[in-house]
Design a binder for this molecule. Sequence first.
Ligand code: SF4
Ligand code: SF4
Length: 135
Amino acid sequence: MPTKKIVLKFPPRLVEQPIIYKLVKDFDLEFNILKANIMPDEEGLLVLELTGDEKKYNEGIKYLKSFGILIQPLSKDVVLDKEKCTHCGACVTVCPVGAFTVDEKTRKIVFDNTKCIACELCINACPLQAMELHF
Ligand code: SF4
Ligand code: SF4
């Protein structure tokens, strides 16, 4: 059975709904939560690994989309252009998974690509376009 990694962004009204449970119950999909950022009254972000029959998978995705959930494959690579970065810190505050840290000694931004879930929030937040999306 194929396994796919996807990023889900869903509106605050859905944060407390048992949507993922329904994927198991109604579409027979197995899931593994890789990353989650779910706060009451805020947009939810979930990175899932879904395993199951292709047809059921497609039906499950259709079901999620019917709620207005945005879905994208986790197949993008986000890269920091060190030449452009001025270490302003704008990306640190928007990243939902803590992929950026500030080096205590140098006060410079350190980017850990392995934590990144390609949500693209830092790309929009960076005033210098130092965060790039590679496909
Ligand atoms: S927002 Fe852009 S310029 Fe600022 S620290 Fe992050 S990557 Fe560097
Ligand atoms: S795209 Fe940027 S904000 Fe989103 S997880 Fe990756 S580093 Fe963090």
